[in-house]
Design a binder for this molecule. Structure first.
Ligand code: FAD
Length: 500
C-alpha cells in the first residue's frame, strides 16, 4: 500500500536546509504536508559559500523572490564570471565568462573563427570577445536585454552574496509559508527494524521529531545519510588533492569587482569574492603539499584590505555519497558531497538536488526506481562538475612545486581524457547529458590554460583570414562601446538596491 508523504523533516539549517525548506514550502503550499526544520545555533553553519553561478537566478525566480530585495537582504553583488590568474603558467590571466564568446556566425562555434584569426596573427585572447568578460574587467554592469538582436542579450550573470544572510532570508520566506523551525541538537535516530527507514529524531532536550521523509542537511557531519544510514563515500582526493581551506573577510579596498578572482598558489589557489560591504578571501590547499602555517602566511601576504577577524581553517574531502537518496532520506548540501568552490558549484548542486527531488516527488515507500534515478542523476552531476574542476589543475604547464608536478602528471578520468583529446585534436567540444557547463565554459578553460587545438573547423579554415579578423575586430569594438554605455558595477548596485 502506498501513502502520500505527510511529515517532512529537514535536519540542518544552513544554506542547504533553508533552500530545501523554502523550495518545498513553495511547491507543497496547498498540499497537506507539514515541514519541520531542526537546527542548532550552538553548532552553527559552515559560514562560507559566497559565489554562485547563473542558475541561482532560476531558483530565486521559482520562489517568486524579487531580485532587488534579495540583493539588498544578502549584500549581493553581481558576478559576470571568474578571472583565473597564474593557472596555466605564472603570469597568465584569463576569464571564464558567463555567457558566450562572440556572436553567432553561421552556426559554427565562435572559437573556430578565433583560432583562425589567431593563426593570422590576432593577439587578442578569446575573452576579449565576450561581453561579460569585457564588462567585468571594466567593472561595469547592465542587466541582459531580452531582445536577441541586442548585444546585451549575451549577458549572463550570477551573484556574490553573504550565504548566512541568504539562509536567513530563506528562513523568513519558509516560515511565512508554514515551515516550523525547532532549535535543538539531534542526539539519536530511531529506524524501522525491518526497512531501515528513519522514524524519528531525538533531540538534546528530550523532544522527539517524527517524520515520514527526511532531508539530511547537516553539512559535513552527514548525521542521517552517513552516520545513521551508512551511505558510503566516493573519495576523489587522487584527482582533487586540496583538502583544507583558510578563510577570512576583509574590508573593501578599492572598486567593486563584478567577478570572482581565483589565483593559483604553490599548492592550491586563493579566492577573492566581493560582496557589498566586504571581500571574502580564502586559500584552498592540499595538506599533503603545504603546512597550515605556510598556507596562512600566503593568504595574509595576499589580502587586499584590512582583515575582519581571524582566518578560519576548514577541512574537507572531495567526493560524494555513494547514494544521495537512501531509504526515506535525501542528502542535500555538504552532507551529499563536496567539490571545492573553484567554479562556485556547491549551491548549484544543492539547487539541483532539490529540483530533481521535486520532479521525482514520490508516494511512500518510494519505488526503488525513483531512488535509483535520483542517485544516477546526482552522480552524473557531480562527475561532470568534477571533470571540469580537474581540467583547471591538469591543464597547466606549471612545474614550480611538487603540487603542480602532481597535478600536471596525474592520471585522469576517462570522460575527461576524451573531452581534452577531442578538443586538442579537432577543436570540438560537446555538452553531454544536460551538462551544467556550456561549450563556451569548456572552451574558456581549454584555451585559457593553453590547450590549443591542432586543427579546427575546415569551413572556417577556408575563409580568408583577413576577413575573419576584420569581423572579429568589429565585434570587439562593438563590445567595448556597449560596455562604455553601462553604469559602473558599484553605481548600478547602489541605484538598484536604493530603488526598493
Ligand atoms: P552547513 O552550513 O554546515 O549547515 C549544517 C546545518 O546542520 C547547521 O544548521 C547545523 O546547525 C546543523 N546541524 C549539524 N548537526 C546538527 C545536529 N546534531 N542537530 C541539529 N542540527 C545540526 N559554495 C558555493 O556555491 N560557492 C562558494 O563560493 C563556496 N565556497 C566554499 C568555500 C569553502 C572553503 C567551503 C568548505 C565550502 C564552500 N561552498 C561554496 C559550499 C557552501 O558553503 C555549502 O554548500 C553551503 O553553505 C551549504 O552548507 P550546508 O547547509 O550543507 O552545511
Amino acid at each position: 500500500m502506498t501513502r502520500p508523504i505527510k511529515k517532512i523533516v529537514i535536519l540542518g539549517g544552513g544554506t542547504a536546509g533553508w533552500m530545501t525548506a523554502a523550495a518545498l514550502s513553495s511547491v507543497l503550499a496547498s498540499k497537506d504536508v507539514s515541514i519541520t526544520l531542526v537546527e542548532s545555533e550552538l553548532i552553527g553553519t559552515i559560514g562560507v559559500g559566497e559565489a554562485t553561478i547563473p542558475d541561482i537566478i532560476n531558483f530565486n525566480r521559482l520562489l517568486g523572490i524579487r531580485e532587488d530585495e534579495f540583493m539588498k537582504a544578502t549584500q549581493a553583488t553581481f558576478k559576470l564570471g571568474i578571472e583565473f590568474v597564474d593557472w596555466g603558467r605564472k603570469g597568465d590571466v584569463y576569464v571564464h565568462p558567463f555567457g558566450s564568446h562572440g556572436v553567432d556566425m553561421n552556426g559554427i562555434d565562435f572559437h573556430h573563427y578565433w583560432l583562425h584569426s589567431r593563426n593570422g596573427g590576432n593577439p587578442q585572447p578569446i575573452h576579449r570577445y565576450s561581453l561579460c568578460a569585457v564588462a567585468a574587467l571594466e567593472e561595469r554592469f547592465a542587466l541582459p536585454d531580452a531582445n536577441p538582436r541586442s548585444l546585451r542579450s549575451h549577458l549572463r550573470y550570477a551573484y556574490h552574496f553573504d550565504a548566512g544572510l541568504y539562509a536567513a532570508y530563506l528562513r523568513k520566506y519558509a516560515e511565512t509559508r508554514g515551515v516550523r523551525r525547532i532549535e535543538g541538537q539531534m542526539r539519536t535516530v530511531d529506524q524501522d527494524a525491518d526497512t531501515g527507514d528513519i522514524l524519528r529524531l531525538h533531540l538534546d532536550d528530550e523532544s522527539v521529531i517524527e517524520g515520514d521523509f527526511f532531508f539530511d542537511c547537516t553539512g559535513f557531519r552527514a548525521l542521517l545519510i552517513e552516520k545513521a544510514l551508512g551511505a558510503g563515500f566516493v573519495d576523489w582526493k587522487h584527482w582533487l588533492p586540496c583538502d583544507t581551506a583558510q578563510a577570512v573577510a576583509c574590508k573593501h579596498a578599492g572598486g567593486l569587482l563584478p567577478f570572482t578572482r581565483s589565483t593559483a598558489r604553490k599548492a592550491g589557489w586563493q579566492w577573492r569574492i566581493p560582496t557589498q560591504q566586504r571581500t571574502g578571501n580564502g586559500h584552498i590547499y592540499s595538506s599533503d603539499f603545504m603546512s597550515d602555517d605556510e598556507a596562512q602566511s600566503i593568504l595574509m601576504r595576499n589580502l587586499d584590505g584590512e582583515m575582519i577577524g581571524q582566518p578560519r581553517r576548514i577541512q574537507f574531502r572531495a567526493g560524494h555519497r555513494e547514494t544521495f537518496w537512501s531509504k526515506n532520506c535525501v542528502a542535500i548540501g555538504l552532507s551529499a558531497g563536496f567539490l571545492e568552490p573553484l567554479e562556485s558549484t556547491s549551491i548549484y548542486l544543492i539547487q539541483e538536488g532539490i529540483s530533481r527531488f521535486i520532479s521525482l516527488y514520490p508516494d511512500l515507500p518510494a519505488p526503488e526506481i525513483v531512488r535509483h534515478e535520483y542517485n544516477r542523476h546526482m552522480q552524473t552531476e557531480f562527475e561532470q562538475v568534477r571533470d571540469f574542476i580537474i581540467l583547471h589543475y591538469c591543464a597547466t604547464e606549471r612545474s614550480d612545486s611538487p603540487f603542480w608536478d602532481y597535478c600536471r602528471t596525474m592520471s585522469l578520468p576517462d570522460s575527461l581524457v576524451h573531452k581534452i583529446e577531442l578538443f586538442r585534436q579537432v577543436g570540438r567540444v560537446f555538452r553531454y547529458e544536460e551538462e551544467l557547463f556550456s561549450k563556451a565554459s569548456w572552451v574558456a578553460v581549454f584555451l585559457g590554460q593553453g590547450i590549443l587545438p591542432r586543427s579546427y573547423d575546415p569551413i572556417v579554415r577556408n575563409l580568408p583570414p583577413g576577413e575573419v579578423s576584420q569581423s572579429l575586430e568589429s565585434m570587439r569594438v562593438a563590445m567595448i562601446n556597449e560596455v562604455g554605455r553601462m553604469a559602473t558595477h558599484a553605481d548600478f548596485i547602489q541605484n538598484y538596491c536604493a530603488a526598493r
